[in-house]
Design a protein around this ligand. Sequence first.
Ligand code: GPW
Length: 834
Amino acid sequence: MKKSVAASEKPVKAKEFDKELFKRSVEYNVRTLYRKNLEEADAQQIFQAVSYAIKDRIVENWMETQKAYEKEDPKMVYYMSMEFLMGRALGNNLINLKAYKPVAEALEELGLDLNLIEDQEPDAALGNGGLGRLAACFLDSLATLGYPAYGCGIRYRYGMFKQEIRDGYQVEVPDNWLMNGNPFELRRPEYAKIVKFGGYVSVHTDENGRNVFTQEGYQSVKAIPFDFPIVGYGNGIVNTLRIWDAEPVECFQLDSFDKGDYQKAVEQENLARNIVEVLYPNDNHYAGKELRLKQQYFFISASVQEAVEKYMRKHDDIHKFYEKVTFQLNDTHPTVAIAELMRVLMDDYYLTWEEAWEITTKTCAYTNHTIMAEALEKWPIELFSRLLPRIYQIVEEINRRFVLDIQQKYSNVPGVDVQEKIRKMAIIYDGQVKMANMAIVSGYSVNGVARLHTEILEKQELKDFYEMFPERFNNKTNGITQRRFLLHANPLLADWVTAHVGDDWITDLPQISRLKVYADDKKAQQEFMNIKYQNKVRLAKYILEHNGIEVDPRSIFDVQVKRLHEYKRQLLNILHVMHLYNELKEHPELDFYPRTFIFGAKAAAGYRNAKLTIKLINSVADVVNNDPAINGKIKVVFIENYNVSNAEIIFAAADVSEQISTASKEASGTGNMKFMLNGALTLGTMDGANVEIVEEVGEENAFIFGLSAQEVINYENHGGYDPMEIFNNDQDVRKVLMQLINGTFAPGDPELFRPLYNSLLNTQCTAKADTYFILKDFKSYAEAQKRVEAAYRDEDNWAKSAILNVACSGKFTSDRTIQQYVDEIWHLDKVVLK
Ligand code: GPW
């Protein structure tokens, strides 16, 4: 084994951690903030005091970093995203400052417990799920690799709602995350921007004979940035997440035309208040709400204006903007940036269309995160043009020129129906603005988020665009940060890994493959299983405290945590639990390995079937957990309010990772990677990044089942399949389905789960039945679950597979993903601090 130097012994760029100074600073902060001694302060106050002490250290590095950027003038990426699911900052900052252990010790000397202090911090839940958490992992990797980057987003007053379960139902509770103030943020009023909505565009010709477009009669909002430090791991780099708050413009700043217009002042005040009020809780779903488009344009206009101004503070030639700046658009939500950049370049810097287009198309790059039709953003032109009249004009012109390009390219090509091409590819068609089309046409890169997903984009969903612009398309398989999801989330396993292979994995995850030689080592296997057991005890304690359910840490922890969505098929999982329960009831003598089925999921507030699935899971839990006849062999737990901080506890404790989406529907998945890194075995379909996970770890160390993506697509192209056939022939399926409508799990209201039953069998609706192939995959899933049980009984072999999962997770670090974005899309240079 190569002896690698422990990270904390390497020369550190930042100052050595001074325990005594830190302790004094905590005491000082408690005094100045709260006029209290440490003994008098409550836990929240201590959290604040500790955070301010840490912020002091961060700010030094932050200034150094920004000074270096100022001096070296490197190219920067602006990662534009409606969502940044950051979670808690304190623990992560300590980890990345390499100060976690010394701070924990210093606090212990003060009689304080760092874990409890961390628990005082609310999650920064400015995101729904995978897409928002990916953005957070990317920021961590960018800072750790030393790449100059800004995250640009919205400072929602209320983030993702808190989920409470009452009587088995999800209840949404507002997430007032800023209630106690946010110690790490910095308000930057000096960078405020004005964003304009509505009104109309007037055109006049200036003295040079050129057309000048001005927006008039508009309402405006002041955008004020708040900066969050993004601390790189052990390298002194601190990047910035800049999220925008909205304030009403002061009355004296009103258009002279509007001076003294009280009505207008009130409207502007309301607009400002509403705009950043709350994150839309929809995952993979477009709702077409006007306020959502306002949010999009609000933070994009402010971010684009700032990016251009920042560039112009150092440079004089706007034509070379793209040499120093690139915008990565996180799905279509921020794609209005394309038209906004065109607007700024033409209206504020007087560039011609051609000049502005050249710059814009070399600046913007787009990531696609789904092929699900209901997620595609298509804004009605009535709404779009009313809210953003100047932007709409520009989109129309982009579209006009693009349609000409299509005609030019295909008019004389035999066998091509040009009208059909236009119908599919135009940016404006059918009275709608199609944001994905605009993103593809107006940028230099289009990427999918896993190999299979990118293939489906190229060969099916975006086939016409791929044909026209093949060089733009590329794949960037997602990744996760091992610093949060192993080093912070699972200290026992992290220390064990470091003891065996050194700590290079912290910044170079593929190094973790050196664990492979321990996979067959009996002692290593025992140590690994013991760590897993302790993590299961930790989760069991959390479940008892938060759910009041007792679970046995010796049972198999079988976990599905992710947003609730029909395509993710939590329903398949719970139907199978019902089936197992039936088997146990019929054959009490059955040799059944105890299993704890753990669910965690938020449903969009208006998503009926998703919410009903939560109720079903809780109803099954009620019956199963309280039936003495099955002797506690099955437990079902629904963890309330699944979020980033409890996710860390959950991943560390999982034996089985449920990744069971309908093949072709999950673009990548990232939870699958977090489980793997923590030594859970994947039970999954060949979907998204599961394909690549299995490729890395070997099919013998995972449990794969179900239709392939191509099979699913073939069925879909032929109008689906007939679930009745399965219902009629498979008695297990039939029994479980009948239990959905005979009151087995809803004694007082047997019709309660009828909508779920109908979604699978469609006895009277007009919609297609079982569009997510749940019944079609049921048998194959049940068989895979049998293999899971058999495998778990062979403990040594299970430990071997689990260790191999950890050892083979190297590909799935977001450090690798970011390096590929840098090499193949952004072309940034590293900045090293002296
Ligand atoms: F619809 N994803 C998400 F594509 O979490 F925009 N929310 C979303 O609204 C969308 C995608 C969108 C997820 C994908 O479902 C998941 O497969 C992927 O791993 C993740 O984005 C990050 O790429």
